[in-house]
Design a protein around this ligand. Structure first.
Ligand code: NAI
Length: 265
């Protein structure tokens, strides 16, 4: 049946930690994971939204908690990973979804702006991967899914910092995957590359555009995807679910594009 979610316990017994879980792709993935039987630790820098999501998930009978985690802070990473281990005794899945996507022309960009984008999108992914691999390597292993972008593969005007950070996430994931495999850590690392997805990140972009130009920009953005629309966060969550599950046991160091054909042109 088209569009129907089949909940078949694909993550039954697994423990997942997600960053950027209060919004957009992270939130949709947290909900999808819980539906498939995972215990879910949500992290973000949005405690009110995080608490509301935990309340929603708990009311639906899921096991979940929220903890603040600024992904650029190594101490907070340790605290969150410790909290997950303390509560559930292990960590099987990490999804690095926290990210920012601010636009700025190459010549208008301050060094601070550049570094902030790199710190959150790239350094945050490194810190999380390092903390998680350290926790996963001695147990049953695990799966790390890093959210890059189509803009980690192709470039875009006014998004040099974002493209650089997402390109770095792509190759970092491959190198980490190889290292984990060669060192016998049993940790898989993959990257996911969404096209433009209907989330607050993209909607904020429209908010900045004058009302009469907004429709034209939305049409232009939709048409940049051959399927003629933006993606849905749940469509990315379904790919992340596959990579997190044992169905992807032979999948590591790979990149998964879900973009309505954006990169096919
Ligand atoms: P979103 O803006 O809805 O959610 C991002 C979340 O990250 C927010 O809840 C925010 O509070 C959190 N965050 C920001 N800085 C943080 C920090 N320092 N520490 C911890 N959390 C932080 O955005 P969306 O669309 O869900 O994006 C998720 C990921 O997907 C991002 O990495 C983004 O770059 C990527 N992506 C999004 C696309 C889109 O079209 N929406 C397309 C391709 C990639």
């Amino acid at each position: 049946m088209a569009g129907a979610q089949q909940n078949t316990g694909r993550l039954q017994g697994k423990v997942a930690l997600l960053t950027g879980a209060a919004s957009g792709i992270g939130k949709a993935t947290a909900l999808r994971f819980a539906e498939e039987g995972a215990k879910v630790a949500l992290s973000d820098i949005e405690p009110e939204k995080g608490a509301a999501l935990v309340a929603e998930m708990t009311a639906a009978g899921h096991d979940a908690f929220y903890q603040d985690l600024d992904v650029t802070n190594p101490q907070e990473w340790q605290q969150v990973v410790d909290a997950v281990s303390h509560r559930w005794g292990k960590l099987d899945i990490l999804v690095n979804s926290a990210g920012i996507g601010r636009a700025k022309g190459l010549l208008d960009m301050t060094y601070d702006f550049w570094q902030n984008t790199m710190r959150i999108n790239m350094d945050g992914t490194f810190l999380g991967t390092q903390a998680a691999v350290d926790r996963m390597k001695d147990g049953d292993g695990g799966s790390i899914i890093n959210i890059s972008s189509v803009l980690g593969i192709s470039g875009m005007t006014n998004l040099t910092a974002y493209c650089a950070s997402k390109g770095a996430v792509r190759l970092f994931s491959k190198a980490a995957a190889i290292e984990c495999a060669e060192k016998g850590y049993k940790v898989r690392v993959n990257s996911v590359h969404p096209g433009y997805i209907e989330t607050p990140m993209v909607m904020r972009r429209f908010d900045k555009i004058a009302t009469n130009d907004r429709e034209a920009e939305e049409t232009r953005l939709k048409q940049s995807h051959p399927l003629g629309r933006l993606g849905k966060a749940t469509e990315i969550a379904d790919m992340i679910l596959y990579l997190a599950s044992d169905e992807a046991a032979f999948v590591t160091g790979a990149e998964f594009v879900i973009d309505g054909g954006y990169l096919a042109r």
